[in-house]
Ligand binder design. Structure first.
Ligand SMILES: Cc1cc2nc3c(=O)[nH]c(=O)nc-3n(C[C@H](O)[C@H](O)[C@H](O)COP(=O)(O)OP(=O)(O)OC[C@H]3O[C@@H](n4cnc5c(N)ncnc54)[C@H](O)[C@@H]3O)c2cc1C
Length: 407
């Protein structure tokens, strides 16, 4: 029954991040009545969201929805670990505003400004036939493994020395930064440079810790980034006065301790759509939207993000990332660079079936040298994660891309 007619909503969606907004919008597009709740539904998404261009689902392509959600694409991003490999797959930065336009909250969606706790989420079962928790991975309340990063956006001309002739750097694990007592690779943990054009004339240069528990504070990564960029010849002025700054804090696992409730389901990072070993989630959740809408329409449970075995394999990957020493990690990504494109995709795509994830991981394993294999076994068996200086990350919000003038 239509909510405006006084009956229950077909579905209540709690949280209007990328997952909740996509679910609410597509449910409404199929004629379902939707109640959507978020403390600040109009808040812009400030994070630089990237996907592989081929992951854009058909319904979200320009020709289908009339909106081009891609801000910029780049072919053949490079990986250095330290051997060079090119990833022959188009990498894309999303235009967040365009993405929101492509996911309209039209007349079928009743939006309420509300911060909803676990009890209040459960209480929504009195207002809607289905309740879907899309509140994300819990922000600062999530004390689990994190990906942290510090990035600056500079003019493309200023980024030329950092890119070293590459279109983009998907991961640059070379250690061409000054190591000293305050910022030592062993203490801060391994990190890599991510350098991606975010438009025709701007490039994001970001020092990233893929996984840490605790993860280094972005401030520690900032000093490593500055040292690395200066060493490559990026102009001091561009480093000191970037166009904007991005501080990254991504929980790699869903928030623990959310009470199980048969009447409340979860979607997006709240529902495990994030990839535990990469931090990517957006492509996977967008791809999962039609299946989730169909399940809501038909009265079925929401489909799981992937098989339990795939999730377990991602967990093994995360365990290794959290515990491996620098040398072993670099050997791991060297091996990743040697995989064929198909296996790279199988590992990176968050919804890959378990045989694909296993095949990709096996492919990495067999091409690693014996010493790195021993390092991997030791890492997986090690009871606790590496420690890192500057942790835990406490100085920044989950996502802040702020104009420098505004800091
Ligand atoms: C700087 C940065 C860069 C990133 N880059 C990438 C990338 O390149 N590719 C990628 O795939 N991922 C990236 N990520 C991760 C990505 O942003 C998240 O995985 C994604 O936003 C998760 O979407 P979500 O909708 O599940 O959750 P969220 O984006 O966390 O949205 C949750 C929503 O729920 C609302 N909410 C929270 N609590 C409540 C409550 N109590 N009541 C009601 N509403 C609530 C929030 O206001 C928010 O709107 C990045 C993250 C950061 C921080």
């Amino acid at each position: 029954m239509n909510a405006t007619g006084g009956g229950l909503y077909d579905v209540a969606v709690v949280g209007l991040g990328p997952a909740g907004r996509a679910l609410a919008s597509r449910c409404a597009a199929t004629g379902l009545t939707v109640l959507a709740l978020d403390p600040d539904p109009a808040a812009p998404w400030r994070q630089t969201l990237s996907v592989w261009a081929d992951q854009i689902p058909p319904w979200l392509r320009h020709e289908a929805c009339g909106v081009d959600v891609l801000a910029h694409t780049v072919p053949d991003a490079a990986l250095y670990a330290p051997d060079r490999a090119l990833l022959h797959r188009e990498y894309a930065v999303l235009d967040n505003e365009a993405l929101r336009r492509a996911l309209p909250l039209g007349p079928g969606v009743t939006v309420e400004h509300a911060e909803v706790d676990d009890d209040a989420v459960r209480a929504l079962t009195a207002r809607a036939h289905r309740v879907v928790d899309c509140r994300g991975a819990g922000g600062r309340r999530n004390r689990g493994p994190l990906q942290t990063a510090y990035g600056i956006v500079v003019d493309a001309a200023d980024a030329v020395p950092a890119l070293g002739g590459e279109n983009a750097l998907f991961m640059d694990w070379r250690t061409d930064y000054v190591r000293d007592r305050d910022d030592d690779d062993d203490e801060a943990g391994p990190s890599f440079l991510y350098a991606i054009p975010v438009g025709p004339d701007r490039v994001l240069l970001e020092e990233t810790c893929l996984a840490g528990l605790p993860a280094p504070d972005p401030a520690v990564l900032a000093s490593r980034l500055r040292s690395r960029l200066a060493g490559r010849g990026v102009a001091a002025e561009a480093i000191a006065s970037p166009l904007s700054v991005e501080r990254v804090r991504i929980p790699l696992l869903p928030r623990p301790g959310v009470p199980e409730d048969p009447l409340v389901e979860a979607f997006g990072t709240a529902g495990g759509h994030g990839h535990a070993a990469t931090g990517y989630s957006v492509a996977a959740m967008l791809a999962a939207v039609p299946g989730a809408v169909h399940a809501i329409e038909a009265g079925y449970p929401l489909p799981a993000p992937r098989s339990p075995l795939s999730t377990a394999l991602h967990g093994v990957g995360l365990r290794a990332l959290l515990r491996a020493d620098d040398r072993t990690l670099r050997a791991l990504f060297n091996a990743f660079g040697r995989l064929d494109g198909r296996r790279q995709r199988w590992f990176l795509d968050a919804a890959s079936p378990s045989y694909q994830v296993a095949a990709a991981m096996w492919g990495m394993w067999v091409s690693m040298p014996a010493r790195a294999k021993a390092g991997m076994v030791a890492a997986v068996l090690r009871p606790s994660a590496r420690s890192s200086v500057g942790a835990p990350a406490t100085t920044s919000g989950d996502a802040r891309t702020v104009p420098v003038e505004g800091q």
